[in-house]
Design a protein around this ligand. Structure first.
Ligand SMILES: [Zn+2]
Length: 226
């Protein structure tokens, strides 16, 4: 039996996830990126908002096929400014989308892993939303409990961001919005692009992205049946 992800070394866990997601068509070619924060998890009594750290995170290096990663195909980046602090290959560079991971780690001090994938279902699920929409309503299905929502017929939305060529602009939009209000679920959607999900462990982030993609598949199929 395979080990739980949290019993693997952090980069080995991300390699495992990348192969898994590539096989599902969630990380075609070089698309998507996965990261893990380099720091011990916060103790349960810690106030995440009060923690100011000099953390870094390992993220998949840019431009590499996600079905064939090795544990050395990562770049370690500072949360505060995105500077590369460690890499195994002098030519390795972080994805432009590492700026989105930076924003997540800055706003959620208890986030230890962040996963971003490009899926057909997520793109289809938001295709019919008005161009002015800034939220993506999620269906009130049983699976939504996997995002920590325990309510009867919950009304939950994912924060929705426009996809623009300059990824730094997307990251800034996320940063600006989260400064005003944090989302009620640990996930966000970029229109026509894909979801980003985070968790307090690698396994938790993995479980949550499966939940979110289940909901994206439901929405995509429900729209196709209209
Ligand atoms: Zn992306």
């Amino acid at each position: 039996m395979k080990k739980p992800l949290d019993q693997l070394a952090p980069r080995a866990a991300l390699v495992d996830i990348a192969r898994d997601f590539h096989a599902r068509g969630w990380m075609p070619g070089t698309a998507g990126n996965l990261s893990v924060r380099v720091r011990d998890p916060l103790p349960p009594e810690a106030d995440p908002a009060a923690v100011d750290t000099e953390d870094t995170f390992w993220i998949t290096a840019s431009g590499l096929p996600k079905g064939r990663l090795a544990a050395t195909d990562f770049v370690r980046v500072a949360v505060k400014d995105g500077a590369v602090v460690e890499r195994f290959d002098v030519n390795a560079r972080p994805s432009a989308e590492s700026a989105i991971h930076q924003v997540i780690y800055r706003h959620f001090a208890d986030a230890m892993a962040c996963l971003h994938v490009h899926t057909v279902d997520a793109c289809l699920a938001c295709a019919d939303l008005p161009s002015t929409a800034t939220d993506m309503p999620l269906p009130p299905l049983e699976m939504i409990k996997g995002l920590g929502v325990w309510q009867q017929n919950p009304r939950v939305v994912l924060p929705l961001f426009e996809n623009i060529l300059d990824v730094a602009g997307i990251a800034e939009a996320i940063n600006w919005r989260f400064k005003g209000m944090l989302p009620t679920v640990p996930a966000l959607m970029i229109r026509g692009h894909g979801v980003t999900v985070w968790g307090t462990t690698v396994q938790e982030a993995y479980n949550r992205i499966e939940v979110v993609e289940f909901l994206m598949s439901y929405l995509a199929r429900a729209q196709a049946c209209k």
